[in-house]
Every structure is written in C-alpha cells, then in structure tokens.
Design a protein around this ligand. Structure first.
Ligand code: XLS
Ligand code: NI
Ligand code: NI
Length: 445
C-alpha cells in the first residue's frame, strides 16, 4: 500500500520518513519492532485493535515548561509572533508528524487548534478557519478525528470551574466554547466528544456548594447532548475521570463515580467513559481495573494511553512503556470486545529534558510497540494457556445446582441459611494468585 504523506510548505521533521515496520531484531530507533498495522491478531488487524490517536496538545503545543522553569524545547512550528500564523504552521507540523508515524487518528482541544481571540466572536472565527484547514488536511491524508474537546481550564475565567462555576456568566462562556468545539468536532467527522473536567471540582469544601455545582454540571451536559443530537452528532460523548489536579477534588473522580453521576442525571445513554492510565493510578486504581468497571457497566468508551511514575503521586503523563501493565490492559480489552468506536489517544508528553525533535517519534513508537507486543502476549495467554479456564473454574459452584439458582435470583435468604447448615463448613479453595502471576510471566516474550 502506498502511503500519502501530506507536508506543508516546510518539512519540520527532516530526515525522518514514514516509520517502517522492521521486526523485533531491528535496532533502528525510528522503526516499529512489534506494531505491524496489517498483522492480524485474534481476527483483527493491529491497526483496528488500537485505533491510535496523536494528542495535539502534548505533541505540538508542549514546550517542556513546568512550574519550576521555562520552556526547554524550541518548536520550529511555533516561532511566529502572530498566533494564527503559528496555528497554521502547527497544523502543518501535526499532519506531517501523524502521517509519518502512520496512525489513523488525532485528538485536539479547541485552543490547541486555534488561539483564543479578544471575544467569543473572534475565538469562533479563529476556530472556524483552522477547522476548514484541518478538514482539508484530513481529506488529503486519510487521518481522522477520534475526538475533539474544549479547553475549559486554562483561561483565568475558569479558575473556579467552568460548568460548575458559581458565577453564571462563566457557565454561559463555557457553553459558548463547548458549542463551538462540538460544531468543530461534528464538522470534522469526530467519532467522539470528550469532557475532561480539569477545574470542575473544588479547592475547598468550605466555600463550595457541591450539590448545586453537580446539578449544574448535570444540566449543562444534558443541554450539550440535546444540542449535539439536534445537529445529528451520532458519536459518543465521553467523560474522562481524574481524581485531582488541578483541583484538589475533581467531581469526575474515577470511573465508578462518573457512572453514578451519569445514571443520576440520566445521561448514561449518550455518555461513556474515556479512561486514562495515569488518572486511574492517581485514584488508587489500575488502568485494567477502571476499564473493567466501565465495560461491566456497558459504559466503556475510549482510552487515554500513558503512564505515571510509580514513585510519585502526580500526573506525569509519560509515554506508556510498562510491558507488564500493557499485558493486563490487553487481557481486559480482548475479553471485553475491544475498542469499537473508541481509540487509544497518546495523552503523553516527553520529559522536560527530552529535547530532540525525533524524541516525539521515539515516545510514540515505544508505546505502540509496547502495546502491540502486549496484544500478542495477551492473545497467547487467552488462546494457549489455562488462564481463562482457571479463572472460570473458580466460579464453578455457580454453574449448576443451587449456585446457578442463586445466580438467577431464585433462592431467598432463609433457604440460603438452611443450605449453609446442610452443606457444612466449606473446605478452603486456593485462589492460586502466585500461579496466575507465574502464568503471565511465562508468556512475557
Ligand atoms: C489532563 C487530561 C486532558 C484531557 C483532555 O490531565 O488528561 O489532557 O485528556 O482535556
Ligand atoms: Ni493526564
Ligand atoms: Ni487525558
């Protein structure tokens, strides 16, 4: 298959062409060792297992700035003083990168694509121009939009929240922004629309009416849903949980909290979950756990793929490189039926001291290879090992007889109590955790 690489007037990633697949023995850092997009695993080509997406913000807006220091990375596409000229160059760089990497999707915030203007009207004009350009880039390259979102956390007006702000005027501003970002997403054929509630939460409960703020959020999201459906947006609305940062407490704390919220405000037919690894671990869960919880509630939507550092407690957003975690994730994904309309968005940033342009390719390649390798390992574990059987056997006592009747809800508490007396003290049954752990390790090749 020939690959069409769309490059603007300038080539930003010079010396790098379409990243090839070279196999596990290659030592070319700019080649895939495991991710072979056409290779079929468990009946599906790798490309469709992952539906990888590049995150516009970290990849093309991130300069390495942190609370302790100024930028460490000079972005050759962000040198212009005029913000719209810089935005046009950034778009060229983004599509050059995405097509050279060879992933099918990208994701953006409105403000990544186009700068905020002096007022609502100018902001919307800026966005419209960039959406038109992005549409042309998509058509020429075949790259698609996995999701769009609105940045409702950077501007100072959102310091007390956006949809949950105690000032109604700010809520209205947030609505204007979401409306324009949703229009942009629809225009570009986005398959999902995301809400990550960065400042939808509080810094202190002393000054916060939590009930009222949550009611406002529920109403707000309902109105967005109504607007989107009227405009024939058929994609999925996604909420991305995170327990904290930048708020002390974020309302969309974790998957379970969001599920309860969606059900309470009658949003669970249109909204699903966008789950991020580092957010899961910040909430004290594993990524695999969160995916499981969402899938079991039929609310699993999409993934933000990254990882935290196990030794510190903030959102470091590293490129996922932990093979063991990746295997657990792929085991869950394979057993819940995969991503369907979701994808894997690399919500990951280079370290502040990774300053070469090629590092952006290396970060993505390492993650894609980690996940591709994990997919093959997980597939082998599910196909060729006793893993699935061992897990199923633990629940064998519910497969027939009184156990099965209990599962069907046919046995009352009194009958259960009688059965306990009849059955006598149960012999302990080993959970075999170490055996399971060893079984996974044996397949890590
Ligand atoms: C930040 C979030 C953010 C969302 C999109 O922690 O992960 O990047 O994915 O607003
Ligand atoms: Ni994050
Ligand atoms: Ni994210």
């Amino acid at each position: 298959m020939s690959v069409h690489v769309t490059i603007g007037d300038r080539e930003y990633f010079r010396g790098i062409s379409r990243i090839p697949f070279e196999g596990p023995d290659s030592d070319n850092v700019l080649a895939f060792k495991y991710y072979d997009e056409h290779r079929v695993v468990a009946g599906t080509p790798m490309k469709d297992h992952f539906r990888f997406a590049v995150a516009y913000w970290h990849s093309f807006c991130g300069t390495g700035v942190d609370p302790f220091g100024s930028p460490t990375r000079r972005l050759p596409w962000s040198t212009h003083d005029d913000p719209m000229t810089a935005a046009r160059e950034r778009l060229d760089a983004a599509f050059e990168f995405i097509t050279k990497l060879g992933v099918p999707f990208y994701c953006f915030h409105d403000r990544d694509l186009a700068p905020e203007g002096r007022d609502v009207e100018e902001s919307e004009d800026n966005l419209r121009e960039m959406v038109e350009r992005a549409g042309r880039k998509q058509a020429a390259s075949g790259v698609r939009l996995l999701w769009g979102t609105a940045n409702l956390f950077s501007h100072p007006r959102y310091m007390n929240g956006a949809a949950t702000n105690p000032d109604f005027r700010v809520v209205a501003h947030a609505a204007a922004q979401v409306k324009a970002a949703l229009d942009a997403t629809i225009e570009l054929g986005g398959e999902n629309y995301v809400f990550w509630g960065g400042r939808e939460g509080y810094l202190s409960l002393l000054n916060t009416d939590m009930k009222r703020e949550l009611d406002h959020l529920g109403t707000f999201l309902g109105k967005v849903r109504d607007y989107g459906r009227e405009r024939s947006f058929e994609g999925t609305f996604l909420i991305e949980p995170k327990p904290m940062e930048p708020s002390k407490h974020q309302y969309d704390y974790d998957v379970s909290t969001v599920i309860a919220f969606l059900q309470r405000y009658d949003l669970d037919r249109d909204f699903k979950l966008n789950i991020e690894n580092n957010h899961a671990t910040l909430a004290g869960h594993s990524f695999a756990h969160e995916i499981r919880v969402a899938a079991d509630a039929n609310l699993f939507g999409s993934l933000d793929v990254n990882q935290g550092d196990p030794h510190n407690g903030w959102d470091t957003d590293e490129f996922l490189h932990n093979l063991y975690d990746a295997v657990e994730i792929m085991l869950v994904l394979l057993s819940v039926g995969g991503l369907t309309t979701g994808g894997m968005n690399f919500d990951a940033k280079l370290r502040r001291n990774s300053t070469d342009l090629e590092d952006l390719f290396i970060g993505h390649i390492v993650s894609m290879d980690t996940l591709a390798r994990a997919l093959m390992i997980a597939d082998r574990i599910l196909r060729d090992s006793s893993y699935a059987d061992l897990k199923r056997q633990r629940y064998g006592s519910f497969d027939d007889g009184r156990g099965a009747a209990f599962e069907r809800g046919e046995i009352g508490l009194e009958e259960l109590a009688e059965l306990a007396a009849e059955l006598g003290e149960p012999e302990p049954i080993s959970a075999k955790q170490e055996l399971f752990e060893g079984l996974i390790n044996r397949h890590l090749r």
